[in-house]
Ligand binder design. Structure first.
Ligand SMILES: [Mg+2]
Length: 249
């Protein structure tokens, strides 16, 4: 019998602070400085260097709100330059295609790659090779998370971001609970602010409840929410009926 494991191995390649990294490529002066990039019309902060994150500048924060911190700490500020980011994104994706793996471009700075053809013991090494090649050929630093599902690869990527090597594989780990317990719910792919609030309200703060694909989970949650609303409406109707009955007396 073949001992080759046929499990899926999905890698999520995510460019680190992508827009900031693009600006830094052509501006070596700002390599070690706190940097932010602003959205269209310079409204909000849409990319932050690690130094800017450390200052407490939040993702999506309106520029005027962060202005005090920015001025005080001499943070370098850039208007977004989408033609530059698009060009560098294509270079990164082209580099990934060179590895003969199936690739699904997920956003301007993220792509899923299928690493199922590599043995379990080698995926992390392959991830490091991919990361080094992308850095060498494009100048863009990335993090790579590898796992059995897309959602878990996002979790792995989150862990990889904090590691020097920039690569984390969850392949072959039997019990993922201790790892999932440490990840906050709003760090997960596909979970926005509103949904986070909803999960938290329902006592689901941690990733542990999310080891499966979020699409199905989201749909289930929408159905539960609809049912809850329906029950609420029914309750209201009953209360109103009772009130009317009482008023009749
Ligand atoms: Mg990114």
């Amino acid at each position: 019998m073949s001992s080759i494991q046929r499990t899926k191995k999905i890698g999520l390649v995510d460019c680190n602070s992508f827009y900031v990294s693009c600006e830094r490529l052509f501006n070596p002066r700002i390599r070690k400085k706190p940097v932010v990039v602003l959205s269209n019309n310079d409204g909000c902060i849409i990319s932050r260097s690690n130094e800017a994150k450390a200052l407490g500048i939040k993702m999506g924060e309106p520029y005027f709100k962060a202005k005090d911190i920015i001025v005080k700490n001499k943070v370098e500020v850039f208007s977004s330059n989408y033609s530059l980011y698009g060009d560098l994104s294509r270079r990164v994706m082209r580099t990934l295609k060179r590895f003969n793996t199936e690739i699904e471009v997920y956003s301007i700075d993220e792509a899923f790659i299928d690493l199922s053809n590599f043995p379990d013991s080698e995926v992390e090494k392959v991830g490091r090779e991919i990361r080094e090649t992308v850095l060498q050929w494009t100048g863009i630093p990335t993090s790579i998370g590898i796992a059995k599902t897309k959602t878990l690869s996002k979790v792995a990527n989150h862990i990889a971001k904090k590691k020097q090597s920039g690569v984390t594989s969850l392949i072959g780990i039997e019990n993922l609970d201790p790892i999932l317990e440490k990840v906050e719910i709003n760090d997960i792919w596909g979970v926005g602010r509103q949904l986070t609030k909803f999960y938290q309200k329902n006592g689901m703060q941690k990733q542990l409840q999310f080891s499966f694909e979020p699409v199905l989970f989201k749909e289930t949650m929408v159905i539960i929410q609809m049912l809850k609303q329906l029950i609420f409406l029914l309750q209201q109707t009953i209360v109103l009926k009772l009130l009317r009955l009482r008023l009749q007396y």
